[in-house]
Design a protein. Structure first.
Length: 476
């Protein structure tokens, strides 16, 4: 039952604006908190006497928590009310953000980091569904474009802004800086968002499916991240992969599953849109990692100067993502997102040519191409995902596309780690090893561009398909 209480056009517009502000803020913060902490790891390690393995866990447990809780949070939002789950996730995220700077040990830091990731999952699993339910249909394209710009902005701005804060104020200020925005988003949610949006109210929650999903996914991620430490972790990853297969079979027969597997099989648009999300993130997420090292180690730029180059991409995305959302109201979104995937493949192909003598203008041009590709892909793809399901599945759709995004990140960084390890082993990046580093960069970007080509075919497969659901009313 939809509990949206907005009755007049003025109230609807005011609530829609509040919804957009809240969702944009939290969709920026969650990825920003992941990417900014990455650049602060050396400083955190020095202060908390952490080794390399422990520092790796700081990022791993965050991603693990996000992926673990996304689907359950989305389904609970459909049943209990998306606003309720969103508020609880925001409170948990704020509490963790407040506590982390006062960590006295790396073990405590990692523990609280897990809870922060769980809060981020509860936010991400419901916020896009809230946006789609709380904004008028004619405004959804523009609104989704703005939100997607904030998502990519958070991922891309993390290393730049985080590096500045760590250098001049200390790693704790990454968390201090985020608190005011988090608290403002919570206040706006409590005061301005009057809907609850629980279209699946009264349906049972699939606890058994949730347990199978969490166990299998934990085995897969932990085993994959630690696969180089022994055969036991490889076996763990394989067990997790088999467990996920069992989870899909189990969910197919459930009347009220946590993941509507039948929806994936019966809804071609929904299935291929999620697959396109996975491929796009898997092909592109490693870009910032490589370019950050390339600009400093190969081109000799300072961290601040490198950040000034890398900021080109999020600026292009922030400007163009809302425009692609507006364009999606006139052209079938799947066509635009397919074009975006093609542009991303072109940008990655250009990245394959980077060398010692590549001029900075060419690097910035490549980043501009990638920004254009992301802007064209992401907003229309999100609209296609959300527009292909009934309102009662908004939470599931929102959380599944978030899960695909996180999986893509994991796949990308796993591939990057494997390629760099193969070519460089334990060597550090220095003048004598730059050729090995550039070779690993070229191989990675060639692989990523080919992966993008595969994604183009999956994206094209849905172009002629008409989205299953087209909502007539805001709040669906």
């Amino acid at each position: 039952m939809n509990k949206n209480t907005m009755n007049t056009p003025s109230r609807s517009q005011e609530a829609g604006l509040a919804t957009l502000i809240v969702v944009s803020a939290v969709q920026f913060l969650a990825p920003f908190m992941m990417s900014s902490v990455g650049i602060a790891l050396p400083a955190i390690g020095r202060e908390l006497s952490a080794n390399a393995v422990e520092l790796g866990l700081v990022e791993t447990v965050y991603i693990l928590a996000v992926v673990l809780f996304l689907l359950p949070a989305g389904r609970l939002g459909d049943i209990l009310g998306r606003k309720k789950i969103f508020i609880r996730g925001t409170l948990l995220f704020i509490a963790a953000t407040l506590v982390i700077p006062f960590s006295s040990s790396i073990e405590f830091f990692i523990l609280v980091r897990f809870f922060q990731g769980a809060g981020a999952a509860m936010i991400a699993g419901t916020s896009l569904a809230i946006l789609y339910s709380g904004v008028e249909p004619k405004q959804r394209g523009k609104a989704m474009g703005i939100v997607v710009g904030f998502i990519y902005g958070g991922l891309s701005a993390g290393p730049v802004l985080g590096g500045f804060l760590v250098t001049h104020l200390g790693w704790q200020w990454i968390f201090y800086t985020a608190l005011p925005l988090e608290i403002t988003a919570l206040i706006l949610t409590l005061v301005k968002l009057t809907g609850e949006w629980a279209e699946s109210e009264g349906e049972p929650f699939d606890f058994m499916g949730t347990l199978i999903y969490m166990a299998a996914l934990s085995l897969l991620i932990i085993g994959t991240v630690n696969r180089t430490k022994g055969d036991g972790y490889t076996a763990m990853a394989l067990a997790g992969l088999l467990g996920l297969g069992g989870f899909f079979c189990f969910e197919y027969s459930r009347p009220f599953p946590i993941l509507h597997v039948r929806l994936l099989f019966s809804n071609r648009v929904f299935a291929f849109s999620n697959l396109a999300t996975l491929i796009n993130y898997a092909a592109s997420f490693g870009l910032t990692f490589f370019l950050s090292l390339y600009l400093q180690a190969v081109k000799g730029l300072s961290p601040q100067a490198a950040g000034g180059v890398l900021i080109v991409q999020p600026i292009v995305q922030a400007i163009l993502a809302p425009l692609s959302g507006l364009l999606s109201e006139r052209v079938q979104p799947a066509r635009i997102s397919t074009l975006g995937m093609i542009v991303c493949a072109l940008g990655l192909a250009v990245a394959c040519t980077l060398g010692r003598d590549t001029p900075l203008w060419m690097v910035m041009a490549m980043l501009s191409i990638m920004g254009l590709g992301f802007a064209l892909f992401s907003t229309p793809n999100m609209l296609t995902v959300m527009g292909s399901v009934e309102a009662r599945h908004y939470g599931t759709a929102s959380s599944l596309v978030g899960t695909m995004r996180s999986f893509g990140m994991l796949v990308s960084m796993t591939a990057v780690t494997a390629i760099v390890s193969f070519y460089m082993g334990a060597r550090v990046i220095e003048p004598g090893t730059l050729d090995l580093f550039l070779r690993s960069l070229h191989v990675a970007f060639m692989g990523f561009s080919l992966l993008c080509l595969v994604g183009i075919f999956f994206s094209m497969a849905r172009v002629k398909q008409v989205p299953v659901i087209r909502e007539q009313e805001a709040g669906g």
